[in-house]
Design a protein. Structure first.
Length: 136
């Protein structure tokens, strides 16, 4: 297990990415629940529940909402948490990169593009400083 520092300036991005990842996992859990065989296949649930628990655990540590004053947080990453965090941040990075390609004539495009570029830099920097493999 390794411990990483989450800079205060990055917590909002991480929080948003984790909430999105929790939504993805929850959707998979719901899909599985509707399968007629799901009651006879407990192994289908184990991985999904582990992912959900890892998301929840990370959000418990970094906070579920943006407080008025952020402070650097330290989190312990076991294998499950690391996998979930990487998946969440990679998905967020992909979305932010798409946002940088917004058509300039659209309302709010300049601000959206500027924010997305800043978020891409922050996510890439987080991967670089923590040594996590995510930005490739």
């Amino acid at each position: 297990m390794n411990t990483i520092a989450i800079p205060a300036s990055f917590l909002s991005i991480m929080r948003s990415a984790l909430v999105s990842e929790m939504g993805r996992v929850t959707s998979l859990i719901e899909d599985t629940a509707w399968l007629p065989e799901s009651e006879r296949a407990p192994e289908w649930w184990v991985g999904l529940c582990d992912e959900f628990d890892a998301c929840r655990s990370l959000l418990d540590r970094v906070g579920w909402t943006d407080p008025k004053q952020e402070v650097t947080r330290f989190i312990h990453l076991d294998d499950d948490r690391q996998v979930v965090l990487l998946r969440a941040l990679k998905a967020r990075l992909e979305i932010e990169r798409d946002y940088t390609k917004v058509e300039p004539h659209l309302k709010g495009a300049v601000r959206q593009k500027r924010t997305a570029k800043r978020n891409v830099r922050q996510i890439d920097s987080f991967f670089a400083t923590t040594g996590l493999k995510g930005g490739e």
